[in-house]
Design a protein around this ligand. Structure first.
Ligand SMILES: [Zn+2]
Length: 505
């Protein structure tokens, strides 16, 4: 039997097996009040201060549906090219766990509000951008559960905890769940397709204004299903990795699960149907519980709520409120910026489209906006495990760095260090330049002093250059760059050096 740490290399795994993905996404809607009561939904309030008899499930309390939540769900369904049910009901999902005081969650079961849609996503391949159509099984409404905190254990999970705390502020916040149909045919692009799909969903919801989609606050959470099968064979048994909470983690979770399952299958094991927990720190998952079947939840129609029956007129009215959708917006920006599809996709994949757009609107040169947000800033965010949007860099700061590069006070290498300082909280651009002593050394006398020092330290090299071996100059230039900590223009140092020694190229 294979352990969680035995893996087969990703490319090897996909040379043998075909992956099938499924993604369930829960999104907290940005309504002011909860799904079935008028309690507030603001994030970060003191525990159990945003509760009432309805969301605490007290006897005799009756729920009422939040109209805005229904509207948001229909708009999301329309944007995902779904059919909208003319009549549907809520259902009780029964389970025994203290995160829901009623012992059931109100959800939708066999009558989702929206169904049979699709979302096209683009991923970058060696042969250029490739579009995958991700089919949507359903978009349904439900309420969020409360938040449990398990204290005293080492894992933060209930097993081994001394006690648990529960906060019902989140219980009853409107959620929509978006479920894909099985995603096949991705091959080695599976992790990127999964990530691109979640990114596209996020952008879509932001554009619709139905949710703030802050993944770090848990307002968008993904469960990622993965299975592997031999080419032409039946689909394999799938695992479900729960609560994958960043775009990067979606990609990593699919990647690592493919490697894990391939190891199980190639060592004669059997993949078991289970939920797994993804760990951000290791990029791997561990086994959770074996998966409940739908019948374990004893779903039945919610008797306390009237059915939802949106009229044709209402649906058309909501269709009229759809904004420019992200795919169309990208096409428009690509044309406006005069860049190729590949270049645009690089910006999108870096998660930088809105940031670049905002920077350009703030007067940053378009090429500079693209260069910094998809280059150095993306690298820093990746190194620090942050979303690009979390970097505290403003358009004004990018403009200032560009000014300093243009007037020769900074070179690219120094500019990168300036951003590093800005992000580290060392102050604004000029403060970092001053604080770190970052400026191109341009006055000849200090450069000549550094050159003389380097020549004195390496007299044999100096002799070679004097004797006509101009290619030896690199050693002296390198030494000067080192003593000036990269703050000199290498071409200029070289010219000064040769002049100093009376040698020409
Ligand atoms: Zn309430």
């Amino acid at each position: 039997m294979s352990t969680a740490h035995d893996t087969v290399d990703f490319d090897e795994a996909l040379a043998m097996f075909e992956p099938v993905l499924g993604i369930e996404t829960h999104v907290e809607l940005g309504t002011n009040s909860k799904m079935f009561c008028s309690c507030a939904t603001a994030f970060g309030a003191d525990a159990n201060t945003q509760v009432c008899p309805v969301c605490l499930g007290l006897p005799g309390s009756l729920p009422v549906v939040n109209r805005t939540a229904v509207e948001s769900t229909i708009r999301m369904g329309l944007a995902l090219n779904c059919s909208i049910a003319p009549w549907c009901r809520f259902a009780r999902k029964n389970y025994f766990y203290p995160d829901m005081p009623k012992d059931y969650q109100v959800s939708q079961y066999d009558e989702p509000l929206c169904f049979n849609g699709y979302l096209d996503v683009t991923v970058e391949t060696d042969d250029g951008p490739r579009v995958f159509r991700v089919e949507i099984e359903r978009v349904h409404m439900e309420e969020d559960t409360g938040k449990l905190t398990h204290a005293g254990g080492t894992t933060g999970r209930i097993h081994g905890a001394d006690y648990s705390l529960v906060d019902y502020n989140r219980a009853g916040i409107p959620l929509i769940e978006i479920v894909t149909k099985p995603i096949v045919g991705t091959g080695v692009l599976a992790p990127q397709v999964a990530k691109a799909y979640v990114a596209e969903l996020r952008d879509l919801m932001r554009a619709l204004g139905v949710s703030d989609v802050r993944m770090e606050e848990g307002s968008l959470r993904c469960d990622v299903n993965v299975s592997l099968n031999l080419p032409g064979a039946e689909w394999g048994t799938r695992s479900e990795t729960k609560n994958v909470n960043s775009l990067r983690s979606v990609e990593r979770a699919v990647h690592s699960e493919i490697e894990r399952q391939a190891a199980v299958l190639t060592t004669g094991g059997r993949v078991i149907q289970e939920t797994r927990h993804f760990h951000e720190d290791t990029g791997r998952s561990t086994s959770g519980r074996s998966k409940e079947q739908a019948e374990d939840y004893r779903y039945f129609p919610e008797p306390d709520l009237v059915p939802v029956a949106p009229s044709e007129e209402w649906i058309e009215e909501l269709r009229g409120t759809l904004p420019e959708l992200p795919a169309l917006k990208r096409a428009r920006l690509q044309a406006a910026w005069g860049i190729g599809e590949h270049e645009l996709q690089t910006i999108v994949n870096a998660g930088a489209l809105e940031l670049v757009e905002a920077a350009i609107a703030d007067g940053v040169d378009p090429a500079a906006a693209r260069k910094w947000w998809t280059g150095e800033l993306a690298r820093i965010a990746n190194d620090r495990d942050l979303e690009l949007t979390d970097l505290p860099v403003t358009s004004a700061q990018i403009r200032r760095v560009e000014e300093l590069v243009a007037d020769g006070s900074l070179n690219d290498k120094l500019a990168r260090q300036v951003f590093d300082g800005v992000i580290a909280g060392e102050g604004d651009v000029d403060a970092v330049v001053a604080g770190r002593g970052l400026a191109v050394v341009s006055d000849d006398s200090s450069l000549l002093a550094a050159i003389d020092e380097a020549l004195a330290a390496q007299p044999d090299v100096a002799e070679k250059i004097r004797g006509g071996k101009v290619q030896a100059a690199g050693a002296i230039v390198g030494a000067v760059m080192k003593t000036t900590r990269g703050q000199a223009d290498a071409a200029k140092v070289r010219a000064l050096l040769l002049e100093r020694l009376g040698v020409s190229e």
